[in-house]
Design a protein. Sequence first.
Length: 319
Amino acid sequence: MTDMFFMGTGIQRDDSGRPLIMPRGQAERVPYSRASGVANILEDHYHITKWQMRGLAKGLSASRDLINMIAAESYTSGFAEDAKENSSAGKRIDGHIEVALRRGGTHQKADYGTAIHALTEPGNTGAIVDDQVLDDTNSCLQLWADMGVRHVGTEVFTACDEIKVAGTFDHLSFVPGYGICVTDKKTSAKASKHYAVQLGVYAHSDIYNEDTDQRLTIPEYIKRMGFDPELWNPHQGIIWWVKNGRTQARVLDLDAGWEYAKMAAEIRDDFRKWGVAKDVTKEIIELAEKDGLQYDPDLRELTDCSSVDTTAGENFFSL
């Protein structure tokens, strides 16, 4: 069941792809972080980056056309005579990189998940041409039927003014024993508890119409859809973990996720305020001139040696 409140034409975004949201009581749009992006602040990206680079290498190794197009660009990561053209060339290379990553297979799992999301949306009449997709789709739909799950809203776009985050979750669902809660489908290798950060943001957001900038609290929307708002459960969320022809319901602690989300947003905001390091060159020179420049012969050996332990010998670390 989907209300016309959701039926916008698409959220406006800035050059970085961030949603442009009208905060309550303000007259200008502000870029909000994506809910998934805030969760990523707390993640270690070492392994995912290595995986992407392997995919890029495989994609380029089989793509002479991409290699030639990239080589033809004048882009440099060093000093460029024309900064504007260098930026444009860099963006064109970014496009080639995306194609290479796709050819290297890095998008396959994400694309598979997108297909499962689409085929399990209420009212979808798309064709299923793959046996694995059919098994996964049927397992999800059957589980919902067995559990008596009812979806109050689908593809719900939300905005959270408190931490300046926006994003879309799959379903607002009535789940027996859990009331009406935020639910999301996942096809990842693991049903990670880390998803609680993302869903915790959604549970503390307003439902947002991107065309009119109108908002409804989640309880208001539940009431509008004919359900009892007392059923709203912001403390727990459910991920429908779809994997290998089987779907499981996994519960998440959204209170804990929300606390981590606020922590991540605070880190984001603090880093943005830092700017550049303070220039203390003049200050140090003035202090040196005031006190008088004195040369300490004992420092000569330190300034000339290649490492600190060169001066100390074997007993340096036993001091």
